[in-house]
Design a binder for this molecule. Structure first.
Ligand code: ATP
Ligand code: MG
Length: 560
């Protein structure tokens, strides 16, 4: 995927150098998600980086689940992650890998550490371990169990594995240095006892290895050359290296950290998204307002647009918050090229063409893409009754309102000029319910032979030949650029209550009866939309708005 290749960055330079000096011939990276939620756009950055580098250097990238905490993991997350990485356009070797596949090997490494007197079984409680760990300024205290003999440790660790102890009664800890300035090096826990069904190994194990122990060894077992992770692991790198140095590991991968992607107007961490789902602020993990890959897909984002976005933002060591407008622009540009144009009226107002013959319809030609004639054309029906957008009519219009108003003339896209003659209102509410207009037969196709000009062109749909649909208009999920900039950082207080507006009476041109779920079209003048991926064929179709035609937020900001 060439768009990823163009940019250079510090990780790429390291790899180039490693190839030049002969340190590595084949580059092997990995993407290591924890299956405790759906992937989001931040993960996409890591995916594009890891798979992109492997592709660029003709190496390999493994998809490896970091499934060492059965309490929070689930098969449905594993399935969704596999689907999302594939959908983004990436491939891994013959099979998906799991840290749990290495449980036996990891156990052997732990035994090796014990035998080398580099690990011990500690019988303090979790709280006690935390209390004795010290702080950034004070060193920690040695555990009273630190001096257990190798034999005793081996025996206890075997018993831990065999289920002879209750959960939480013992842990295996690395024996490093309780006074290290790096807290991660103060005898970190390597194994804990946890009786819990694991999605893959079920009840085979009652002890589980910790992330820091698992990760470096899994990398080494897979022959990973460059282990790329986000900056919060920088302080864990000494432990990564220490572990690999103590045991007889097949190789010693290099951990390199880069900055996380943060996006404004949204929250990204799985824990926070989980909260939104659990408390039903949104529908599900694939709610189109979420920055999850599944949500973006349902919204109508293409894999190309997400890869392009990841390429534009680049890779660095500096934390930054990316503007949501940049992501929206990526999809807008992609769809402007690809999406077929159709006509749809979201908030309909009926127009009766008084001088059009009763019961007569006419099939008019409409281009599928005005700038790409090779995308062909289609027929749309014109008839005595049509719908236009309510917002395209104003009874007392100012001069600069170039749409329809009493006595004014506009062009109907691909059809005729019409002039508004009469406004029909509801007797009791006064609401405008219908317009009576006349058309000029000489203006078929949209031009007047006498050279007379009209400023406005409206989209429309035949009332006699259309498809009823519901249209979902999405806006940003949060009102504030930084959703957590509120009292007690409770981002739910910043939720935009207008982030989903359901337009229940939309009318679409009938060609959309054949719409493919997820395939985006442009509703002329309105934006990009796609049939919901969860479309139920026995119900009224729901179309999701992917993005508006222009960046309305940027415009609002300019206006102040
Ligand atoms: P979250 O904080 O959203 O729960 P995580 O880091 O716990 O994310 P993992 O499943 O552990 O999620 O992440 C898998 C990989 O994706 C890791 O290598 C992680 O560094 C990377 N990653 C996660 N979030 C981002 C992000 N916002 N930007 C870049 N990479 C990310
Ligand atoms: Mg994590």
């Amino acid at each position: 995927m060439e768009e990823v290749k163009k940019k250079t960055h510090f990780i790429k330079s390291i790899i180039e150098n490693d190839i030049k000096t002969g340190k590595h011939q084949t580059i092997i990276t990995r993407f290591p998600p924890e299956p405790n939620g759906y992937l989001h756009i931040g993960h996409a950055k890591s995916i594009c980086l890891n798979f992109g580098l492997a592709e660029e250097f003709q190496g390999r990238c493994n998809l490896r689940f970091d499934d060492t905490n059965p309490a929070r993991e689930d098969q449905k997350y594993i399935d969704s992650i596999i689907e999302d990485v594939h959908w983004l356009g990436f491939d891994w070797g013959e099979k998906v890998l799991y840290a749990s596949d290495y449980f036996e090997r990891l156990y052997e490494f732990a035994v090796e550490l014990i035998k080398k007197n580099r690990a011990y079984v500690c019988s303090l409680s979790g709280d006690e371990i935390r209390e004795q760990r010290g702080t950034l300024t004070d060193p920690g205290q040695d555990s009273p169990y630190r001096s257990r003999s190798v034999e005793e440790n081996l025996e206890l660790f075997t018993k831990m594995r065999n289920g002879e102890f209750d959960d939480g009664t013992h842990v295996l800890r690395a024996k490093i240095d309780m006074s290290s300035p790096n807290i991660n090096m103060r005898d970190p826990v390597l194994y804990r006892i946890k009786r819990m069904d694991h999605p893959r190994t079920h009840d085979q194990w009652c002890i589980y290895p910790m992330y820091d122990f698992t990760h470096c060894l899994s990398d080494a077992l897979e022959g990973i050359t460059h282990s790329l992770c986000t900056l919060e692991f920088e302080d864990h790198r000494p432990l990564y290296d220490w572990t690999l140095d103590q045991v007889d590991a097949p190789c010693h991968p290099r951990q390199i950290e880069f900055a996380r992607m943060n996006l404004n107007f949204t929250v990204m961490s799985k824990r926070k998204i989980q909260k939104l789902v659990e408390n039903q602020y949104i529908e599900s993990w694939d709610d189109p307002r979420l920055p999850t890959i599944a949500g973006l897909r349902r919204r109508g984002y293409t894999p190309e647009s997400i890869r392009k976005f990841c390429s534009i933002i680049g890779v660095s060591k500096k934390e930054s918050r990316i503007d949501m407008g940049l992501l929206e622009n990526c999809i807008r540009e992609d769809l402007n090229e690809k999406a077929a144009r159709v006509m749809a009226v979201i908030n309909p107002l009926k127009v009766v063409i008084e001088n059009w013959p009763e019961n007569e319809t006419q099939a008019l030609d409409a281009w599928n893409h005005p700038k790409k004639k090779e995308m062909g054309s289609r027929k749309i029906t014109f008839s005595k009754e049509i719908f236009i957008e309510k917002e395209d009519f104003m009874e007392n219009a100012p001069k600069k309102f170039f749409r329809l108003a009493p006595g004014r003339e506009v062009r109907l896209r691909y059809a005729y000029f019409i002039t508004c003659n009469k406004v029909i209102k509801d007797n009791t509410t006064g609401e405008i319910i219908e317009l009576h207009c006349s058309y000029d037969p000489a203006t078929k196709g949209g031009d007047a032979p006498d050279g007379r000009k009209v400023k406005g062109t409206l989209h429309w749909v035949s009332a006699l030949d259309c498809l009823a649909a519901e249209v979902h208009l999405y806006d940003r999920l949060f009102l504030n650029e930084n959703p957590e900039a509120v009292e007690d950082r409770d981002f739910t207080k910043n939720i935009n209550s207008d982030s989903l507006v359901k337009m229940k009476h939309a009318k679409l041109e009938t060609s959309l009866a054949a719409a493919e779920p997820g395939k985006v079209v442009q509703f002329e003048r309105l934006g990009y939309f796609c049939l919901d991926l969860k479309h139920n064929y026995s119900k009224k179709p729901i179309f999701n708005r992917t993005v508006t035609l222009r960046d309305t937020w940027a415009k609002m900001k300019l206006k102040g």
